[in-house]
Design a protein around this ligand. Structure first.
Ligand code: URP
Ligand code: ZN
Ligand code: ZN
Length: 472
């Protein structure tokens, strides 16, 4: 099957240019400049299908490097399966996810990874890879890290939060970083001072402060900035690169920036929720509704201008990746577990379907350029997580993961609108985007076209990833 995408504007991290794209089977065969007839004067006649992309943007499929499908967490399980979550991702122009396999103290890392393979295998609409959470750092899990690297799981997440569940001590973190420095993998860090937070949470509850907004007020920016600094200092002792996930406080990114300016190989990720949502407008809504926006790190106050500063850090590249941290829970029965006690609200927001649109709105509003949109949502994640050469760009030989995006379109987000995630509410209800995902190709197969889903479960395959291109 050959597909010719004609008359569109091909956008890469480097620039935008008018070009046709020839897809042959699962990969991109050629990117053809106007007037170039070296492949034949009338390719349109010989192609099996021609897609006219006049007026449209032709961009590499989105790579969401941070999702949690069907993850047991907070006393319940994230509500999207690999089937529902990856299908929703496809609707929104994301063609690759990297999900977190989870290991806890006492469990064998290899068994946990096998469990994630079982959940995802044969169920995904788009390609997928795994990071591995190491919740119990010991000699076995350290050895397992080397084994996993050979199996294409080249990134390991550690937690400085959630004492008694996932938290690693500084010594354990140091050991895991040493192991990563030895095998070329990369540590991803959930940077929040979990012990301090637990004290603040207990004190708030003892004072009768039980509403969802206290989730943020008991995780002040200092708990994030302190943990970022500690994590980077530990990484500096080992020479291991470090990737800080889901950053929300401007002061925490300022700490990261300082270390980057000193030449250290440390990277920051943020998520759409931290760019658009706030304590005042969302988490502090009357009654229990704010539970919809409980996630960690927490939403921050708009009055303190975190959101504007994060956009600025995206421009300076001190934040270099946007992922969703898609961790969906239904309001009924799941978020409601925390009625009367905010600390029992499962932490997480669903958004895998909306990242490409939400960040495109940043282009419309002048926060970032078109090229930076592609770089933050596809190219850098591909380079960061060992997928470049196959994903993250529109170039000959790359997988034909392509989104045809209509900049004159419109997308209304919300339940009953563009929502395909397995959630009974949307954290993004009412958001309207000046753009629209028209067509999505995943390895050459058209899976979204004209507001229809044409894929099937099992289309997506496991991606054995290489090492990050950002290692020194
Ligand atoms: O609130 C969040 N972020 N839930 C998912 C788990 C994590 O820490 O990424
Ligand atoms: Zn986390
Ligand atoms: Zn997460």
């Amino acid at each position: 099957m050959t597909i010719l995408i004609t008359n569109g504007t091909v956008v890469s991290a480097q620039g935008s240019t008018k070009a046709d794209v020839l897809v042959d089977g699962e990969t991109i065969a050629a990117v053809i400049a106007p007037g170039d007839t070296s492949l034949g004067a009338d390719l349109a006649r010989s192609a099996d299908r021609v897609i006219d992309a006049a007026g449209k943007l032709v961009v590499p499929g989105g790579i969401d490097g941070h999702t949690h499908m069907e993850m047991p967490f907070g006393g319940t399980v994230a509500s999207d399966t690999f089937e529902t979550g990856t299908r929703a991702a496809a609707w929104g122009g994301t063609t690759t996810i990297i999900d977190f396999a989870v290991q806890k103290q006492g469990e064998r890392v290899q068994d946990c990874l096998a469990d994630w393979h079982r959940k995802a295998g044969g169920n995904c609409a788009i390609d997928y890879g795994f990071h591995q959470v190491i919740g119990g750092v010991d000699s076995d899990s350290l050895k397992a890290m080397d084994e996993l690297v050979d199996e294409g799981v080249t990134t390991f997440k550690l937690f400085m939060a959630y004492p008694g569940v996932f938290l690693s001590s500084d010594g354990q973190i140091l050991q895991a970083m040493q192991q990563a420095a030895g095998n070329g993998s990369m540590i991803m860090m959930h940077a929040e001072n979990g012990s301090a937070i637990d004290v603040l949470v207990a004190q708030a509850l003892a004072e009768g402060k039980t509403d969802p907004k206290y989730h943020s007020l008991t995780r002040p920016w200092e708990t994030e900035a302190e943990a970022v600094n500690r994590a980077v200092m530990l990484a500096r002792m080992t020479g291991s690169p470090l990737y800080i996930v889901h950053m929300s406080a401007k002061q925490a990114v300022e700490v990261l920036q300082k270390h980057r300016d000193e030449g250290w190989n440390v990277f920051g990720e943020t998520c759409p929720q931290y760019l658009y949502l706030s304590v005042e407008e969302h988490l502090a809504k009357a009654g229990f509704e704010g539970a919809k926006w409980v996630c960690s790190t927490p939403l921050r106050e708009r009055a303190e201008r975190h959101q504007d500063e994060l956009w600025r850090y995206l421009r300076t590249n001190d934040l270099s990746v946007i992922s969703t941290d898609h961790c969906p829970f239904c309001f009924k029965e799941q978020k409601e577990m925390g009625v009367g006690d905010f600390s029992k609200i499962p932490n997480g927001i669903g958004g895998v379907e909306h990242r490409m649109d939400l960040i495109y709105q940043g282009v419309v509003e002048g926060q970032i350029t078109l090229e930076r949109w592609v770089e933050l949502c596809s190219t850098t994640p591909a380079r960061m997580f060992g997928l470049y050469g196959r994903k993250g760009d529109i170039r000959p030989g790359f997988d034909a993961d392509i989104v045809i995006y209509d900049p004159a379109g419109r997308t209304e987000i919300g339940v009953g609108k563009t929502h395909h995630m397995n959630m009974d509410h949307s954290a993004w209800e009412g958001f309207v985007i000046d753009g629209h995902v028209d067509t999505v190709l995943s390895r050459g197969k058209v899976i979204i076209d004209d507001n229809r889903y044409l894929g099937s479960k099992g289309d997506g395959v496991f991606l054995k990833r290489g090492l990050s291109q950002y290692l020194i």
